[in-house]
Structures are given as C-alpha cells and as structure tokens.
Ligand binder design. Structure first.
Ligand SMILES: [Zn+2]
Length: 252
C-alpha cells in the first residue's frame, strides 16, 4: 500500500501543479469575469483581418493583417503597465466581426480600437483616417418607420444591441480627436481626417470605439513606412498617448 502511495504521490503533485497553472492562466485570461481590471482601465485592440482575409497589400508584399497585428502588439507592450490590454486576435487567424466587439463588451472594456490600413487602386491615395460610428441617414430613416418586425417585440432587444454604439457618438468622436492630435505629430499628415461611417465592426461596441486607418499600404511611401518597425513603434507610441490622453480627460 505504502509503495502504491509513493508511486501515486508524484502524479498527484504534478496533477496539482497543472491545476495551479490553469488557475493562474484563467485568473488573467478572458474566460473569467472582468474582475481583473487594472485601475486605469481595460483596452481592447482589434487587429483587422486575419487568416485568409489578408486585407490590403503593399507593392513589397506587406499585408494589412500583419501590420495590424504588429502594431496592436506594440501598443499592448506600451500600455500593459497601466492598463489591461486585450487583443481580439493574437495570431494570424480570422475572427468574425461580431465576436470582436462581443469580447470588448464581455470584458466591459473602457475602449475598443479597431486597427486597419487603407488600400486603393490609385497609388496616389494616402493618409490616415479615424472613423467613429454613425448610422447612415437611410438606416436612421428606416428605424423611424415601424415595421412588422419591430412591432413583434421579440426583435426589439436585438435591434437595440445592434445599434448600441449610437449611445457613444459624442465620446467616440472625442476619442477620435484625441487620437488624431497624437497621430499627426508622428505622420505630419496634413490630410489626416476624422470621418463618421456606419461601420459594422463598431456598431455593437458598448463603449467609446473607433477604427484607425493607419495609412495606405498601396501608397508607395506609406506602404514602406508601415513595413518599417521603427515607424510602427512611433505610431504605436502615438496611439498609446491618444488612449491615455482620452481616458485621463474622461468625465471632465
Ligand atoms: Zn482593413
């Protein structure tokens, strides 16, 4: 019996250590409730595209899905001390659009930032753009007209969740302004602009949310810059400062 116990003991100890490791991982992971929030807040970064969806491509073969993941990792590194930063995708795989905002909502994130680059058939097109969500005039009009679906009641919760970002129009716009002020310092881009659009990746976010188009991969100069780790690091620094600046002035 003693011999059996001695044999079992090491297995039992290693079983316990496995459980301990799992507990440690989940304590800081996304599968637990959001009680792990750091005092300064939770930021969800969404590297656009992934997997078979490569996004735009530069003439040197640099892919949008790689640029967005690279910069998201750099931003996370810069903010990790003060904030809990979570990436919607951490590697090269596709993730459904609704799942991206669903993660941010689950974590009760303070901010949701989707990262993209531009792409155009015209090589001369370039510049950074920052988008916040605003529904199209047509969809606003449609919502004002009662339909059979909207009268059944069953669809009502879905409708309100679908347009939850409407509530954050002012704060998302403010976040875009903070972000642009920092990004311009790095890009010196006079054509950098803030736009509103009915973007599906933002519409379900239950917090201030923006989409940053970091520049055009198809523009020769910008494509080169976005493939340069030093430039990406500067851009990541600017985005981190934009986040810090917005959150520090929140509620003022
Ligand atoms: Zn994109």
């Amino acid at each position: 019996m003693k011999k059996v116990r001695q044999k079992i003991k090491p297995y039992f100890v290693s079983f316990l250590s496995v459980i301990f490791v799992i507990l440690c991982i989940t304590a800081d992971g996304i599968s637990t409730n959001p009680s792990f929030q750091k005092p300064k807040g939770v930021i969800v970064l969404d590297p656009g595209h992934g997997g078979n969806d490569t996004g735009a491509q530069s003439s040197d073969g640099i892919l949008e899905k790689a640029v967005t993941l690279n910069i998201a990792r750099l931003i996370a590194d810069k903010l990790n001390e003060d904030y809990k930063v979570v990436l919607t995708r951490t590697d090269d795989y596709w993730l459904d659009i609704p799942k991206r905002t669903a993660l941010a909502n689950y974590l009760q994130a303070d901010l949701f930032i989707s990262l993209h680059t531009g792409g155009s058939f015209l090589h001369s097109v370039g510049g950074t753009s920052i988008f916040y969500y605003e529904k199209s005039p047509e969809s606003a009009l449609q919502e004002q007209t009662p339909t059979l679906d909207s009268l059944t009641g069953e669809d009502a919760p879905f409708m309100s969740w679908n347009h939850i970002q409407d509530r954050y129009l002012t704060s998302s716009k403010k976040l875009a302004e903070h972000m642009q002020a920092q990004i311009i310092k790095i890009t010196q881009d006079p054509d950098s602009n803030i736009k509103s659009a009915p973007l599906s990746v933002l519409q379900g976010a239950d917090m201030p949310a923006i989409l940053i188009e970091l520049g055009y991969l198809t523009n020769p100069n910008e494509g080169k810059a976005l493939g340069n780790p030093e430039f990406l690091s500067l851009l990541a620094e600017a985005i981190s400062k934009g986040i810090g600046s917005f959150l520090s002035k929140k509620g003022q």
